[in-house]
Structure formats: structure tokens, C-alpha cells
Write a protein of this length. Sequence first.
Length: 239
Amino acid sequence: MSVSASVNLKLEKEVQVYEKKYRGRELPGFINYKTFETMVKEQVKELEEPAVQGLKDIGDAVRKTFIQLAQTSFAGLPNLIKTTKAKIESIRQKMEDDAEKLLRTQFRMEMLVYTQDRTYSSSLNESKEEEEQNKIYQNNQGLVYMRNNHATLVELMLHLKSYYRIASQRLADQIPLVIRYHMLQEFATQLQRETLQLLQDRENTEYLLVEDLDVGTARVALQNRLHRLKQARAYLVKF
């Protein structure tokens, strides 16, 4: 089942309990805006925690990638790798916190339940066309009895689907944008900046560039071998 179909099914179930949970003394054909607003808020609110979890998952993946890059780039320099890892963890936490604040602010703004009239009218017309194509008005089960207050429920369903389409599309654009900006662009930029500053710090340069014991030993051995080869070459030239 597609995400859209799953959401529509969930909205239909919400509308099924409409009379018990929300409906007051409204006459047939009357849609209470407060009811519509409450149901929309509930549906949009359910997207918040998955969005934040997605942010954390991406942040963790980016962190691992940067750590692997540091280990590859600074192989044999354990102090530099350790310091860079600490930088990565610190920057990741800051960027993740900033991104989460923006995401939660976005969801708080969505609780205002707002869209432009033209945008909403277009979405509503699209929902009505979809319902007609699915022949929902000819179905004799569930919500779609076209009589008495059931017509009101069908209309409520159309409004819910129409607004949810707008809100979900808005979030589908905004959420990846926030994550990409903070966890990719800003994370990389800040890490590059702080790494350069780290290497330009003369007081700590010697400590950071201390080589791993095995690497240092191997280098000395290679240098000694090179020296002996040069000596041998010099002897051969004289001979």
C-alpha cells in the first residue's frame, strides 16, 4: 500500500469516529471548522517524531562517514585522529540540535493550519476529482452514503485530504532542506574550518603530528635502507 493510500485510509477511520468524538448539534451539511482543525493537527503532529528520528539517523550516518574519512586521511597519526573525532562529535551535536529546533518550529507553525485560498481550492478540486474517479459516491459501504449527515462526512473527508496534501507537501520540501543544510553543508563547512584551524595551531602541531609507533619504526627502517642503497650506489659508481 502506498503512503498516500495509507494516509487516506487512516483519515477515513478518523472520520468514522467523527460523530462520537467530535460532532455536536451541527445540522447535516454543516462542517465545524474546529473539528476539521483538530483532526488536521492530529494527523500532522504524527509526522513530527519520525521527522526528528530521520534527522538523527542521517546525522549518525554523516558522522560515521566523516570519522572514516579522518581515519583514512590521517592514518598513522593517532593524536590527530582522536582530536578530529572529538571535533566531529561536537559539530554533529550542534548541527543536529540546530536542525531539530528548526524542524520542531516548523511543526509548531503547521499547528496554525494555514494555506492560501487559491492553493487550497486547487487541492480541494483535485481531491474531488480523485473521489469521482474512484466512484466513491456510488459505494454503498462505510462513509459514503449520500444521505443525511453522511454527506457531511464525505465532505469533511475531502477537506481533510485536501489540506493534508498541502501540509505534507510543504513538510516534504522543508524537512529534507533543513537536514541537508545543517547535516551536510554546514557540518562539512564547519569541520573543514576547525580542522584547518587545528593544523595551524603551532603549540599543538607537534603533539598532533606524533606518529604511531609502528609507522615511525617503519619509516626509520625505510630511511636506513634508503641510506644503505645510496651508499652502495656510490661504491658501484667508484668501482
